[in-house]
Design a protein. Structure first.
Length: 121
């Protein structure tokens, strides 16, 4: 298995993992995938004060900022819209690439239903 990926490959693999985690084919690992979604959101919004709640027909996301000059955010998404929203939260800076690389390593080496297989160009 390849152990070094380019930033473009890392972004592609994160995008693929988002797709897999949103497709609904792995209900036994949904809680694990919800934690993955939460980690992506924390990285994107730069805060650990996020509540991610999966309801029967939608996902609720509450983002709370410690800095009082920022307003809190409330987001409601249908499961069908979640994938595009999470993809829009992918950052491409160096620190985020390293963060995603570590997340991908975790999901490719720990059994999560079926292991996620990283792909390279």
């Amino acid at each position: 298995m390849k152990t070094t990926f380019t930033p473009a490959e890392i972004i592609e693999n994160v995008s693929n993992l988002i797709k897999r985690s949103c497709d609904g084919n792995y209900p036994e690992t949904q809680k694990t995938f919800d934690r993955f979604h939460l980690a992506l959101l924390k990285r994107y919004f730069g805060t650990s004060n996020i509540i991610y709640t999966r309801k029967a027909d939608h996902i609720e996301i509450e983002v709370f900022f410690v800095d009082t000059s920022s307003q809190n955010i409330h987001i409601e998404l249908t499961p069908e819209k979640l994938e595009n929203f999470l993809r829009s939260c992918i950052k491409k800076d160096t620190l985020s690439i390293g963060f995603y690389d570590n997340m991908l390593l975790y999901y490719s080496t720990h059994k999560q239903g079926e292991k996620f297989h990283l792909q390279s160009a």
